[in-house]
Write a protein that binds this ligand. Sequence first.
Ligand SMILES: O=P(O)(O)O[C@H]1[C@H](O)[C@@H](O)[C@H](O)[C@@H](O)[C@@H]1O
Ligand SMILES: [Mg+2]
Ligand SMILES: [Mg+2]
Length: 281
Amino acid sequence: MADLWQNAMDYAVAIARKAGEVVRDALRDDMKVMTKSSSVDLVTQTDQKVEQLIIQSVKEKFPTHRFIGEESVAAGEACDLTDSPTWIIDPIDGTTNFVHAFPFVAVSIGFSVNKQSEFGVVYSCLEDKMFTARRGKGAFCNGEPLKVSDQEDIKQSIIATEFGSSREPEAVDKIFSSLRNILCIPVHGVRGAGSAAINMCLVASGCVEAYYEIGIHIWDVAAGSLIVSEAGGVLMDVEGGVVDLMSRRIVAANRRAIAERIVKEIDSFSPPRDDTPPSKQ
Ligand SMILES: O=P(O)(O)O[C@H]1[C@H](O)[C@@H](O)[C@H](O)[C@@H](O)[C@@H]1O
Ligand SMILES: [Mg+2]
Ligand SMILES: [Mg+2]
């Protein structure tokens, strides 16, 4: 049977590559850096330009499809995931890296239908690595199949995480408390690429055993989640149980036992959900 969404996925890969070129070119220019929710939540004209480029290109080809885009939501659009085919876009995941030319910057495009993820594309544009996954068909990097690490022992693992863009003391205290607990299990190391999407691709590639973060948004992890699960990994909420991409909390791991061990050490909290309008937060 023909794959209904393969055409859309091929299109997403082509747009992500084009978007990556725009990002790479912009690194050479002077940047105007603006802020969003806090003085460390950065955005540039390139984030906005790339998001518009992706949305306009998709609209030409798939006029009935819907969008959740980071910069459109920042501009006031609703973050609604319906049953309609929906493109979930982070035009630059790792904007702080981009601003500082720290070389981990990704274009992330997730696609969901009936609230189920159908494909995910993460283009790590400075490394020129194209990560892709189609539901039920595996995950790939530049066409090569991906598989999570087979490590069973958390004490022999590397765990990825991020500090995020909240500087509220209560949140920072919990982030540090979780980090301390995990570091002192002890694990071999803790790392962070500065891009949620790339961290998830590192889990899918078997370079780190797990990644967790509280404070991410649906556009940071929509594509990466499918890439992890298609590479054989698991997703979980930071308190255990089923992950909810609107909840702004995620654990992605090579296996359930490692995810559950991390959950035990996380001092959890709940940022305002992505699907709660700012007026109700
Ligand atoms: O760079 P953006 O798209 O803003 O995404 C980042 C996110 O906002 C932060 O919370 C995470 O810590 C980063 O890893 C994201 O990639
Ligand atoms: Mg992001
Ligand atoms: Mg972004």
